[in-house]
Write a protein that binds this ligand. Sequence first.
Ligand code: GLP
Length: 239
Amino acid sequence: MTVDVLADHAAATARAAADVIATLRTHPRAVLGLPTGRTPIGVYQALSTAEIDWSGVRTFNLDEFAGIPPSHPSSFRAFMDAHLFQRIALGPEAIGFLRGDAPDLAAECARYDAVIDAAGGIDLLMLGLGANGHIGFNEPAETLSASTFVATLHDDTRRANAHQFGGAWQAVPARALTIGMRHILSATRVVVVATGAAKAEAVAAMSQGPLTPRCPASWLQTHRQVRLVVDREAAARIR
Ligand code: GLP
């Protein structure tokens, strides 16, 4: 794992964006894995103003809340539409997303694994980091899931996502669909972006702690090509 420590949040997101843009320039048919959350907003802003040929690119988002349609203003799909998809020339057929309102969630998870496999897997996966060490919605637990699955969210994760739902954490669905560890660990390259003091503990556990399902991000230590992009605050607990 290479670690880039930048001065602040803006510098960290600019570095991550530069990495994605460079990849898309050399690999115009890349398959991107994309996160939501407040951290990548600056990355999406940079991607939407950069000169990029999107015509051959495909994207797969990591996760979506269960029980709400893509048109719901608090869905991750709505977030991605607002921050990236409506600002770039990427057709709807190139955008992969889990449907939180699918009638059969298990079938929806299986469908998603199959379409990512059919695309050849993820070339460049960008990840945020939960303060509790989650990636996507792979939450700390006794065991992890390889496949895409329906996760039960911890209350602290629902609190961390309350801003998506007007501030009330009880309004955040208690379940979400998320890709599992297989598509994360089999991505060709992974870029993790984490900023702010609230992420310092998780950054240290992820990069230097034991491999444990109690910190899903720790499994990224087994991956050959992970770049961790942090600001000074998030790097504070790295030894
Ligand atoms: C959510 C997402 C994660 C994301 C995390 C961190 O829980 N499912 O993919 O990494 O939020 O969000 P933020 O960047 O707002 O701290």
